[in-house]
Design a protein around this ligand. Structure first.
Ligand SMILES: Nc1ncnc2c1ncn2[C@@H]1O[C@H](COP(=O)(O)OP(=O)(O)OP(=O)(O)O)[C@@H](O)[C@H]1O
Ligand SMILES: [Mg+2]
Length: 287
């Protein structure tokens, strides 16, 4: 009896100690529109504001975050599945107190795990998430049956598009696909690589009007980032562009982060890592 009471007390304690962890997925229809650069630099920008952020490289293929940081992580998510490494150990440290989980070829194993492994993963992930204010998933382009489960578990979805018509139509297709499964998760839009002042707004309005018309959904404009040589330069130097604070792109991203912080877009409060993993587990298991 005493054991039961003790277990109950511990469980209640665990639940009340849960930190508010907001989970975000950065997606796009078309590839190469700037998701990884946005995810990494937005994550660092949130770190600058004093938040604890975990960036998870979910590109099922080559890990990109390591490359953008000019690093080679000791462990990747693959080590969790293949070498029994604990999740806490595979978290790498980036600049400005950013923590990240590097991707790697073989990440797709994550989606083929059995029940025991899934339990282990979600339990460890839940406790890792409790250390952070934000977890940001940098997704690969498009969506697969498997990555969709991750996308459907987050609190907010950030769609990155450029002003190119193909990027807008592919972006819409992506949103529609997600909307068919979940018509409540908030959609935020970042227009990347704008060329002139009006570009971003025109692009957003175009996307928003189709979404309103066909999905009955309102999008929220998170911000715009200009096409900026300094991003190409930062990528080739393997340093995040936000660290060179004077560039146009950095200024735009800092403003965007400020707006994000003020706007409190999420309507599904309160959120925490526990909610995220519970949802993920259910979706992965129900497949
Ligand atoms: N605002 C920008 N201004 C100039 N160049 C940019 C900008 N954003 C991205 N780029 C360029 O686009 C390239 C691709 O960016 P990134 O790797 O972030 O795209 P991605 O959407 O993550 O691609 P993938 O779909 O392959 O994951 C970068 O290497 C950079 O050269
Ligand atoms: Mg990428």
């Amino acid at each position: 009896m005493r054991d039961q009471a003790e277990a109950l007390r511990r469980r209640l304690n665990d639940l009340t100690n849960l930190r508010e962890t907001k989970s975000l997925a950065v997606v796009s229809g078309k590839g190469g529109v700037g998701k990884s650069n946005f995810s990494l630099n937005f994550a660092i920008s949130l770190c600058h504001k004093g938040y604890k952020v975990l960036l998870f490289d979910m590109d099922v293929g080559m890990g990109n975050i390591d490359i953008l940081l000019g690093k080679s992580s000791k462990f990747t998510i693959v080590d969790f599945f293949e070498k029994n490494e604990s999740l806490k150990n595979i978290v790498s440290e980036g600049p400005e107190n950013l923590h990240y989980i590097a991707g790697g070829t073989g990440l797709n194993r994550l989606f083929k795990i059995d029940r025991t492994m899934l339990d282990e993963f979600t339990e460890e992930f839940s406790s890792v998430l409790n250390e952070y204010d934000y977890v940001i998933f940098d997704m690969g382009a498009g969506v697969t049956e498997e990555t969709l489960q991750f996308i459907l578990s987050v609190d907010e979805i950030i769609l990155v598009t450029t002003p190119e018509p193909t990027s807008i139509t592919d972006g819409y297709a992506m949103l529609k696909h997600i909307h068919m499964q979940d018509d409540r998760v908030p959609f935020l839009v970042v227009v990347n690589r704008t060329l002139e002042k009006n570009d971003g707004l025109v692009t957003f309005n175009r996307l928003n009007s189709v979404t309103q018309k066909f999905l009955g959904r309102e999008l929220k404009l998170l911000g715009m980032i200009p096409d900026d040589q300094s991003i190409r330069l930062a990528v080739s130097k393997q340093t995040p562009f936000i660290l060179a604070t004077k560039s146009l792109a950095s200024k735009a991203l800092m403003e965007l982060t400020e707006r994000y912080e003020q706007a409190k877009f999420n309507v599904m409060q309160p959120s925490n890592g526990f909610r995220f993993v519970t949802k993920l587990k259910r979706l992965l298991f129900e497949r």
